[in-house]
Design a protein around this ligand. Structure first.
Ligand code: ATP
Length: 242
C-alpha cells in the first residue's frame, strides 16, 4: 500500500513531559484519516510535527518516504497544506485578497486558480465582505482554501469542525468529500468527537496519552461496533423446538 505519511516510535518531549510517546501510525494515500483523541491526547502536537512547525525528540516521521530530518523534506512539504489550531487568515481582507496574499507568500507567478478555489469552498459570492465579518464556518472554509493554495496533495486539518453549528459541520464535511473525489487529495482530520468523523473517514487512528492505541479502517470500525448478541448454548437440540 502507498502511504503519504509514516511515523515510527515518534516521541515529542516538553521537558520531562511526553506529549507523544513512541507513536506509530501510517496514513494511506487517498484516505480520509480521522485522528481521534480526547483533549490533551497530543493531536495538535502530532500535527505540528507533521507540518514541520516543531521537530520530534526521537523517532522517524516520513512524509512521502522522506524522513523529517532529510535535506529534501522541504520539497516534500510543498505537497502538504494545512490548518493548525486556527485558520491562517487576515481578518481585514476579503476572501479573494486572502488567497492572493497566500499566492504571494508561496511565490506563485499568477493568480490562476483563485476563482476556482473560491467556488470550491463556496465563497465566490462573498465579494467585498472582509473575513472579520464572516461566520465561523466561512472562516474555516477560507482557511481550507488558503491551505489549498499551491495545489497540495495532502491536507492536514486540526479540529476544523470545532465550534461550528450543524449546517457549518455539513458544509465542511461535504467540502472534504469533494476534495478527495475531485482532487484526489489525502486528508488528515483531527477531532475529539468520533461521531463527527464517522460520516467521512475511511481510516482511523485513536490517540491516547501520546500513543496511537489502535488504527483501523472504517469497515473494521463498523464491524466492531455492530450490535449483536453472542450466545453459547449447551444443547442445540432444544433450539429446534423453539
Ligand atoms: P486539544 O484537543 O485540547 O487541542 P490535543 O490532543 O491537541 O488537545 P496537544 O495540544 O497536542 O493536545 O497537547 C498534548 C499535551 O502536551 C497536553 O498535555 C499539553 O498541555 C502539552 N503541551 C502542548 N504544547 C506544549 C508546550 N509547548 N509545552 C509544554 N506542554 C505542552
Amino acid at each position: 500500500m502507498n502511504y503519504v505519511l509514516k511515523a515510527t516510535n515518534l516521541s515529542k518531549d516538553y521537558k520531562k513531559f511526553k506529549a507523544l510517546n513512541n507513536l506509530t501510525m501510517s496514513i494511506p494515500k487517498g484516505s480520509i484519516y480521522g485522528l481521534v483523541g480526547k483533549n490533551g491526547a497530543g493531536k495538535t502536537t502530532l500535527i505540528r510535527l507533521i507540518c514541520g512547525l516543531q521537530s520530534p525528540t526521537t523517532g522517524d516521521l516520513e512524509l512521502y518516504e522522506t524522513n523529517w530530518n532529510d535535506s529534501s523534506i522541504s520539497e516534500k512539504r510543498k505537497k502538504l497544506g494545512g490548518i493548525v489550531e486556527t485558520p491562517s487568515i487576515y481578518l481585514d481582507m476579503t476572501a479573494e485578497d486572502n488567497l492572493k496574499q497566500q499566492y504571494y507568500i508561496l511565490g506563485m507567478s499568477s493568480f490562476e486558480g483563485i476563482k476556482e478555489l473560491l467556488i470550491l469552498v463556496g465563497l465566490d459570492q462573498s465579494g467585498t465582505k472582509k473575513a472579520k465579518n464572516f461566520s465561523l464556518g466561512m472562516r474555516q472554509r477560507l482557511g481550507i482554501a488558503v491551505a489549498l493554495c499551491g495545489n497540495p496533495e495532502f491536507l492536514v486539518l486540526d479540529e476544523p469542525i470545532n465550534g461550528l453549528d450543524p449546517q457549518g459541520i455539513i458544509e465542511i464535511r461535504e467540502l472534504i468529500l469533494k476534495l478527495t473525489r475531485e482532487r484526489n487529495i489525502t486528508v488528515l482530520i483531527s477531532s475529539h468527537v468520533l461521531d463527527e468523523l464517522a460520516r467521512i473517514a475511511t481510516n482511523y487512528g485513536f490517540l491516547d496519552k501520546g500513543q496511537i492505541i489502535k488504527e483501523m479502517s472504517a469497515e473494521e470500525l463498523e464491524n466492531s461496533c455492530r450490535k449483536c448478541i453472542h450466545l453459547k448454548v449447551t444443547d442445540t437440540k432444544i433450539l429446534g423446538n423453539v
